[in-house]
Design a protein. Sequence first.
Length: 419
Amino acid sequence: MPKLNLHRQDYVTSMLGQLSPSELHQRLDPNDEPLQNKLPRNPYISDRVIQQRWEAINNPNAQTIIYDAETQQQQQCYEKNIENFIGTVKLPVGVVGPLKVNGLFASGEYLVPLATTEAALVASYHRGSLLISAAGGASAILLNEGVTRAPGFAFESLVQASQFITWVTTQYDTFKTIAESTTRYGKLSDINLSMEGNHVYLVFEYLTGDASGQNMVTISTNAVFEYILANTPIKPVEAFLDCNLSGDKKATAQTLRSVRGKKVTAEVRLSRELVKKYLHTTPEKMVNFGKMTTVGGALSGTIGVNAHYANALAAFYIACGQDAACVAESSVGITRMELNQQDGLCVSVTLPNLMVGTVGGGTHLPSQKACLELIGLYGSGQSQALAEVCAALCLAGELSIIGAFCSGHFAKAHHRLAR
């Protein structure tokens, strides 16, 4: 049995014991005027306000790098994407592929840009992409779409909550008209009701076209929310626009069996020879790795079972103007490996929460638009294909990293490329 260290102190407890009351007060409650009070209150982009911000920051070296000449020329592009603008940062971008995808919407070979500072990541996804292409490509299917927002209503009693639900069930057509009046592209597709005691949650689900759509569904749902508060015969004690049932930017178990964003599954079938040539291991060892890591994931309480979807999605989202915080939910999913009847390996991935778009958000920004154009999937009519490419990209990463663990090359690759 491991020996428990009963005398261990955390950093805060240790440091607090070293400070006198006056020193502690000075550190936690200084008299200096906060920097934010010196910054201009105008959050928008203009030459004058940006210059005022940098004067308050007073760091010429940082200003030269972050607010360079090219950024100054393009600064108006960022007007609808950020407040208190002071410049841009540059990240290295690598490209993987060609990655061949045989999907319902994505068909062909794709070069995929990834923005990351993690060495060995692009090399790993590149290897997996070449393996998939050598096998004839990954099959991919977009299964479902939908973006949700979930307002909540609290009532004095269970009876009132039940009466409210009775009224709500008669209002779908009205809700749909109101929601869709706020957008040219969004369509209210469903409303799910959940009751917990005297609390009622309404989960509004939308189709958002080629946009990721989170701002769209927030605005649409707020219009319905305000209508409900003004017209419901049963007045709630409290009501909030979102009450954490939508799964927005959080990993939740419910989305494994439903959808938020785009739900996609992809698979590839590999011969024994390809597994040996590209991954330097065997199908049997990879299947056994999958079994053991599935149990490990269960022991740790992981939602879903995958090696590292988050690596692909974070790098892809940053490069292509997606909402990077959505990696928290988009990286939930299942990777499965099994031996096939041809003495080879079948590997599949299922991602129920891909929040991706080819219009709106950050997709129009100069670098991000260029990256989407590099893939060939910028603009209207391309978001379903982009989701299938994302799933195939995650599949490539799963193949490569699992192969690296099975062959004993994982640490060696990081030692060679990251040091």
